[in-house]
Design a protein around this ligand. Structure first.
Ligand code: PAF
Length: 290
């Protein structure tokens, strides 16, 4: 893979890479489209990375359909598909681990303790294997996108990271390979994630700046679905994931949530700017202050 990339670069071509774990959907293909705007050559990597799954998680049953993925990549005009096997990426004796620190500690990091170490290590390996000028990641895995930016900045990887917006189904559910796990009944309820993000956004646009109240709005909305368990539904500063009591006008924040709907774990997020308006006294969100 490195030799191919070096050859392409010596021919004057720029390279973008889209790292994936396969089972491609429209969201991945939108990342490919984005990548094509930046470079002559697009590489998709397809590797279900065992080290980012805990033993109790869904590594072995993570959905796979390599034949279909190859067809989709061909149709989308992908130039190279890099599909290493686990032993190529992790030969006997492999022991390196990349720990990115702060931005990976809360939220997903709390509920999936070894996940980000696995992600950081494989992302570094995939970038070093494909030697791209650009790498495109989806905003849906928001914390992952922060982690990738940190790897590139802290470890001097010579490339630019592009974060592309989340693609949604018509009811607002973020596209994800894991949506296939949802039962028909759970799929009907799954729009509640988007609804809760939108309710919090609406409150913020109406002047709410108190982090606990914003979080309570998301919690209350999510709790309206019986078969749902919340891992977290929280707001934080978008760049650092710090959690001040009040957000300030002009700050960019992220609303992050992870829930189990039945047995399926779903994540979603929204990025928004705290508007520079005065909060009205008769806030429509008074009830959450109780
Ligand atoms: O987002 C994903 O699909 C994975 O976490 C990634 C970035 C391909 C690393 O395995």
């Amino acid at each position: 893979m490195q030799q191919i990339s070096l050859l392409e670069k010596s021919n004057g071509n720029k390279i973008s890479v889209v790292p994936t774990m396969g089972y491609l959907h429209k969201g991945h293909l939108s990342l490919v489209e984005k990548a094509k705007n930046f470079s002559e050559i697009t590489i998709v990597t397809l590797f279900v990375n065992p080290t980012q799954f805990a033993p109790n998680e869904d590594y072995s049953k993570y959905p796979r359909d390599f034949k279909r993925d190859v067809e989709l990549c061909e149709k989308a005009g992908v130039n190279y598909l890099f599909m290493p096997d686990a032993l190529e990426m992790y030969p006997i004796g492999f022991s390196a681990k990349i720990n990115i620190g702060r931005v990976t500690e809360d939220f997903e990091g709390k509920f999936r303790p070894f996940h980000f170490e696995g992600v950081a290590t494989i992302v570094a390996k995939l970038l070093n294997s494909t030697l791209p000028n650009f790498a495109v990641f989806g905003q849906k895995d928001y914390q992952q996108s922060l982690l990738v930016k940190k790897i590139v900045a802290d470890l001097n990887f010579p490339l630019d990271i592009i974060v592309a917006p989340t693609l949604r189904e018509s009811d607002g559910l973020a596209m994800s390979s894991r949506n296939i796990y949802l039962s028909d009944e759970d799929r009907l309820e799954a729009s509640i994630l988007f609804v809760s993000l939108e309710k919090a956004r609406n409150a913020i646009e109406n002047g709410e700046r108190n982090r606990k109240i914003i979080n309570a709005i998301m919690h209350k909305t999510l709790r309206s679905v019986k078969n749902l368990r919340i891992d977290y539904a929280s707001s934080a500063l978008a760049d650092t994931l710090e959690s001040p009591d009040e957000f300030l006008p002009g700050e960019t924040i992220v609303l992050l949530l992870a829930v189990y709907l039945g047995k399926t774990r779903l994540i979603d997020n929204t990025i928004l700017k705290i508007p520079s308006i005065l909060k009205s006294n008769n806030s429509a969100f008074e009830e959450f202050k109780a």
